[in-house]
Every structure is written in structure tokens, then in C-alpha cells.
Design a protein around this ligand. Structure first.
Ligand SMILES: CC(C)(COP(=O)(O)OP(=O)(O)OC[C@H]1O[C@@H](n2cnc3c(N)ncnc32)[C@H](O)[C@@H]1OP(=O)(O)O)[C@@H](O)C(=O)NCCC(=O)NCCS
Length: 146
């Protein structure tokens, strides 16, 4: 149902960035920052028809731990798209050799926190970026069904 496009073109980069900055308004990324991240991370945009409805980030594993983040625009939530994006991103992380999955949620993202907790993640750390007020929460997935 969803079509996934890796961030390799200007159009995909623009769509990935727009979704990121709408969902994380406290820490917006420039086009240059996204382009730099696309070189080291696996970034994808999910399209429903021609509409970009979500995106994902997979960071390459460090000591077996990979950070995976799925994001779905509020208007397209609660249809299973987050689940599809998240599973796909985790598969990518595992193919890269990750044995442990972590995620990061902006503390004000209630939907994101609930999703992470429901998928067996538990908080390991929270931090506020310089000049920011809303903390980011880092969570790690425990063993057991995802
Ligand atoms: C986390 C996030 C990606 C989930 O996206 P989503 O598309 O709403 O995810 P899903 O639809 O798969 O699941 C969300 C809920 O909808 C429910 N749902 C799924 N399909 C449904 C359907 N067809 N009808 C009704 N409900 C449905 C799920 O059971 C789930 O319910 P729950 O919250 O009670 O557990 C989204 O909320 C988001 O972008 N949050 C901000 C970013 C973030 O913090 N990401 C970090 C988490 S990796």
C-alpha cells in the first residue's frame, strides 16, 4: 500500500525534511543537514499514491545498537502506516547487523511515546538540546515480541 523511496534525489530529500520538521518543530534540519545524514544513515520516505505521509531514519549500528525512528504525519496516523514503516526500518537495521534497537521520541509527541512503549521500548535517557525546552527521550527495545 505504501511506496518507499530512499533519500537519493532532491524531491525525496525535500519530502523527508518537510515531514521531519513538521513532526520535530523544535529541532528543524536544513537541506544540507539532511543531505549529510543521508550519506551515513538510511533515510526513506513513504508515499501513499503521490503523497508523502511518513519517513524513517535508520542509523548504522554502533557496537550492535542501531537507532530507528518512524514518523507519520498526524493526518495519516492510526492506519497502520507507522507499524509498516517501523518494521521495515528495523529489518534494515538488522540487515546492517544490529542486535539492539533504540529509538528517540520528542517528549511532547504523545503518539510516538505510546507507540514506542507498546513496542517494548523503555526509557534510557532524556536530554534537552542547547537552546531548546522540550526534551528528547531515548528508549531501548527489550527482548520479547516487538
Ligand atoms: C509513532 C508513529 C510513527 C505511529 O504512526 P501511526 O501511523 O499512527 O502508527 P500505527 O497506525 O501503526 O499505530 C498507531 C495506533 O493506531 C492503531 N491502528 C493501526 N491501524 C489502525 C486502523 N486501521 N484503525 C484504527 N486504529 C489503527 C494501532 O493499533 C495503534 O494503536 P495504539 O496507539 O493504541 O497502540 C506516529 O505517531 C509518529 O510519527 N509519532 C511522532 C514520531 C515519533 O515519535 N516516532 C518515534 C517512534 S519510532
Amino acid at each position: 500500500m505504501l511506496r518507499y523511496v530512499e533519500v537519493e534525489s532532491e524531491a525525496a530529500l525535500r519530502d523527508w525534511r518537510e515531514i521531519h520538521n513538521l513532526i520535530i518543530p523544535t529541532a528543524p534540519l536544513s537541506a544540507e543537514e539532511v543531505a549529510e545524514r543521508a550519506l551515513r544513515n538510511h533515510l526513506e520516505v513513504a508515499y501513499l499514491g503521490d503523497v508523502a505521509v511518513g519517513n524513517s531514519t535508520v542509523r548504522p549500528p554502533a557496537e550492535g545498537t542501531s537507532v530507528v525512528i518512524a514518523r507519520v504525519l498526524p493526518a495519516y496516523r492510526r492506519r497502520g502506516f507507522g507499524e509498516l514503516l517501523f518494521r521495515r526500518a528495523v529489518e534494515h537495521a538488522r540487515a546492517w547487523g544490529a542486535t539492539t534497537i533504540e529509538t528517540i521520541v520528542l517528549a511532547s509527541n504523545d503518539d510516538g511515546l505510546r507507540f514506542a512503549l507498546r513496542h517494548g521500548f523503555a526509557e534510557i535517557e532524556r536530554y534537552v538540546l542547547p537552546g531548546d525546552t522540550v526534551p528528547f527521550i531515548e528508549l531501548r527495545q527489550g527482548p520479547g515480541p516487538a
